[in-house]
Design a protein around this ligand. Structure first.
Ligand code: ATP
Ligand code: MG
Length: 340
């Protein structure tokens, strides 16, 4: 099936998600839109990061297992085309673990502890010194994932930029050790809109914060979520001037409203005063219902054939493994780990 995928001479994109729950609008804004847009011009590999998900989910391995197929369904529903993109499962490619093992020698514990993304995630999870070693070192594993495919572009949300920087540090150190350019530096492909906040007004829509609107949400769930969307706490009476900063309803409209000119007029009215939050939310709900209805429908059509999804993942994983094995052989040989 993947034999029809984009020619192997095209530059490579590597992206992925942790299968710890259903994908949400944050994923959509942060990376899915870019993945769909770029899949026809790049050779795209999309990784289900089940092994990485275990770094903070050892107490619930079943959740990770179940969500592999669920996230794959989300990809297909959103428009990832299996003829153009290769979807694979991280844990089924032992070469990725092997590369990680070597890269861990190219990064210090102090540097890992300074990584802003890791720092923030440690804070969110309340780990402090009880952090699993695998969690602290997951930037090295992410470097393995990216470099194994010699990806030049990584479509991610802005919170992942430090990860790409750390990957590139490992690449430079490795190439210095090797004495030649074996690994390639990658660039983060970050959307203009940046980070999508949660419906509760927190800086990031995130599974672990429970403030998401999922891509598979039902019409009723969308309606209920929009009702809860954080707006302007100072906008008490309709005639009061409203504020746009931190106003999640407007931030979502920025991200999803196809009529940006109409939105600009609405914003002016809101700031001037005299526009109820409920009117803004009617518009937001309409946008989200329209965006998510076809995704939900496509998901429902695919859901009944899990065998097909697993087959697709098996083929994708075989194809991805061949690429990762090639890079791993080059890496080991550059390190002198070639004897026979
Ligand atoms: P978890 O709580 O398990 O960490 P999450 O909801 O934070 O899950 P991730 O799997 O960590 O999602 O993120 C996967 C990708 O989606 C990353 O590229 C990340 O930057 C992007 N992403 C996730 N949430 C958002 C968001 N709210 N805005 C923009 N991008 C996002
Ligand atoms: Mg996260």
């Amino acid at each position: 099936m993947n034999s029809l995928a984009t020619s192997s001479t095209s530059p490579v994109i590597l992206t992925g998600d942790r299968p710890t729950g259903p994908l949400h609008l944050g994923h959509f804004v942060g990376s899915l839109r870019n993945r769909v847009a770029y899949q026809s011009t790049y050779q795209q590999f999309i990784m289900l990061a089940d092994a990485q998900a275990l770094t903070d989910n050892m107490d619930d391995t079943g959740k990770v297992h179940r969500n592999v197929v669920e996230v794959a369904l989300d990809y297909l529903a959103v428009g990832i085309d299996p003829l153009q993109s290769t979807i694979f499962i991280q844990s089924q490619i032992p070469e990725l673990a092997e590369l990680t093992f070597y890269y861990l020698n190219l990064v210090t514990v102090a540097r890992l502890e300074r990584n802003p993304t890791v720092k923030e995630e440690i804070r969110l999870r309340g780990f402090e010194r009880d952090i699993p070693a695998g969690f602290l070192t997951y930037p090295a594993s992410q470097a393995a994932d990216i470099t194994a495919f010699k990806a030049i572009l990584v479509p991610v949300g802005e919170d992942q930029i430090p990860m790409i920087e750390q990957t590139n540090e490992i690449v430079r150190r490795f190439n210095r050790v090797a004495g030649r350019e074996i690994l390639i530096e990658a660039k983060a492909l970050v959307p203009e809109i940046g980070r999508l906040p949660g419906i509760d007004g927190k800086a990031k829509m995130s599974k672990s914060l429970g403030n998401t609107i999922n891509l598979g949400a039902s019409a009723d769930e969308i309606r209920a979520a929009v009702k809860k969307v954080y707006t302007d706490p100072l906008h008490l009476r309709i005639e009061d001037p409203g504020h746009l900063e931190g106003n999640v309803a407007f931030l979502y409209l920025d991200a999803f409203d196809p009529d940006q000119a109409g939105l600009a007029t609405l914003k002016e009215h809101y700031v001037r005063g005299g526009l109820a939050d409920s009117i803004v939310k009617v518009r937001l709900e309409a946008c989200l219902q329209e965006l998510l209805a076809p995704i939900r429908l496509r998901r429902q059509q695919l859901e009944s054939d899990r065998g097909y999804i697993l087959q697709l993942l098996k083929q994708g994983t075989e194809k991805a493994r061949a690429v990762a094995a090639q890079t791993t052989a080059e890496v080991k040989s550059a390190l002198g780990l070639n004897y026979f």
